[in-house]
Design a protein around this ligand. Structure first.
Ligand SMILES: NC(=O)c1ccc[n+]([C@@H]2O[C@H](COP(=O)([O-])OP(=O)(O)OC[C@H]3O[C@@H](n4cnc5c(N)ncnc54)[C@H](O)[C@@H]3O)[C@@H](O)[C@H]2O)c1
Ligand SMILES: N[C@@H](CCC(=O)O)C(=O)O
Length: 412
């Protein structure tokens, strides 16, 4: 089964529970537009390498397509289509005036120089320029992309259009028109969702322990926001492996260590080294996968000892594992809800760009929290009402938001 087919399973379950018009399901089941591009780049040694890039515009029913761009050696059209589908669902749940989309380039950024990375980035924007724009499709960061890459994209797109249009892309540095609180937004939202779940499960934050897989933008900010709220993090990991400390980590210190250690947390002083698998199997209150998709599968779902899971990454749990976790009564806050803080503050950035009027960090944090608490409540209540999981509850909320505009537009 492709990732895209697997991703649609909870939507199909939700669709049955609410007796969704089959025409709506048929429309939502396919991306509106997909694009594959070739990006020829003159490498530092003079030879030309042709990179493959994608953009999938899953839906523009609720507004322009919106979603990040991933740089990774395993990027594929299937993955980009799936991530775009999750963006449509995520934006609908968060109540944003956006559809969903996603992009990606097949490249391992660690294996190219900075000059080559800039050329690949500019080449990608040159190729997808006709289909993106602040009212068409708005890219943002994802795995292995950051504010520097957004700045190159912004600069290239501005040159192509002979005008500075910062609202065409989000996740920019503040000096490029970015928003206060965007870098930390996804992690902050993950912790808001975690606290909402702990509250409903009757667990005090000071009694909770956390294991977090991944220490990039999302994982490190999740850890820092957790520590700021008094939650104890006992296990962390990144691509180099895992670390454990029963007394809890100070993620600010771990981050400082990683900066001086080639960007990885391996070897953190005083911590017990553990494997990535062991991080997922820790006996903790909350497990937070914040790396890549398909980390919790039929192979390890039975070994999960966490009382609950909050998905910071997109698609970390596969369909078989989902069934196992449901049977075991382990609540899962799904990705399309838990990591919606990132795109929510991207939306704030876009609004600020369109108005050229900027908000304080407090305003951003306050508004993000209000929207996340509301979205969490909607999903939780839908799951309770239909006696289903929060993942299916999330799709019920999203489908309910999408069906009316589909009818009014005359699409169904
Ligand atoms: N950046 C955003 O705004 C944003 C928002 C919502 C969701 N997400 C999702 O969150 C996830 C992480 O994104 P990010 O922006 O933090 O990416 P990133 O590139 O900043 O970090 C990825 C992290 O995962 C680690 N990693 C990779 N493979 C691993 C493995 N097998 N085991 C443990 N760690 C591993 C890397 O070492 C790195 O620490 C992705 O699923 C992404 O789609 C990102
Ligand atoms: N890539 C992020 C952020 C998208 C955005 O800000 O548009 C996500 O998966 O949600």
């Amino acid at each position: 089964m492709s990732l895209f087919e697997m991703a649609k399973i909870p939507m199909e379950k939700a669709s049955k529970l609410i007796n969704l018009d089959p025409n709506a399901e048929a429309v939502i089941s396919q991306p509106e537009r997909t694009l594959e591009v070739s990006i020829p780049v003159k490498m530092d040694d003079g030879h030309v390498e042709v990179f493959t890039g994608y953009r999938s515009q899953n839906s523009t029913v609720l507004g322009p397509a919106k979603g990040g761009v991933r740089y990774h050696q395993n990027v594929s059209m299937d993955e980009v289509k799936t991530l775009g589908f999750w963006m449509t669902t995520k934006c609908a749940i968060a109540g944003l005036p956006y559809g969903g989309g996603k992009g990606g380039i097949i490249v391992d950024p660690r294996k190219v120089s900075k000059t080559e990375l800039e050329k690949i980035t500019r080449g990608y924007i040159d190729k997808i320029a006709p289909v993106i724009g602040e009212k068409k499709d708005i890219p943002a960061p994802d795995v292995n992309t950051n504010a520097q890459i957004m700045a190159w994209m912004c600069d290239e797109f501005s040159k192509i259009n002979c005008q500075f249009a910062p609202g065409f892309i989000t996740g920019k540095a503040i000096c490029m028109g970015g928003s206060q609180g965007r870098t930390s937004a996804t992690g902050r939202g993950v912790i808001t969702a975690t606290l909402e779940l702990l509250k409903r499960e009757g667990i005090k934050p000071e009694d909770a322990t956390l294991a977090i897989q991944g220490f990039g933008n999302v994982g490190s900010w999740t850890a820092k926001c957790a520590a700021d709220k008094g939650l104890k993090i006992v296990a962390l990991s990144d691509i180099s492996g895992g670390i454990y400390d029963a007394n809890g980590f100070d993620p600010y210190k771990v981050e400082e260590y990683a900066k001086n250690n080639g960007g990885v947390i391996k070897g953190y002083p005083g911590a017990t080294p553990i494997s990535n698998e062991e991080v997922l199997e820790q006996d903790v209150t909350v497990l937070i996968p914040a790396a890549l998709e398909l980390q919790i599968t039929a192979k390890n779902a039975d070994k999960i000892k966490a009382k609950m899971i909050v998905e910071a990454a997109n698609g970390p749990t596969d369909a078989e594992a989902d069934v196992i976790l449901e049977k075991r009564g382990i609540p899962v806050v799904p990705d399309v809800l838990a990591n919606g803080g990132g795109v929510t503050v991207s939306y704030f950035e876009w609004v600020q760009n369109l108005y050229r009027y900027f908000w304080t960090e407090e305003e951003v944090i306050d508004r993000q929290e209000q929207m996340m608490v509301k979205a969490f409540g909607n999903v939780y209540d839908a799951a309770k009402k239909y006696n289903t999981t929060m993942r299916v509850g999330a799709y019920i909320v999203a489908l309910n938001a999408l069906v009316e505009p589909l009818k009014l537009r005359g699409i169904i």
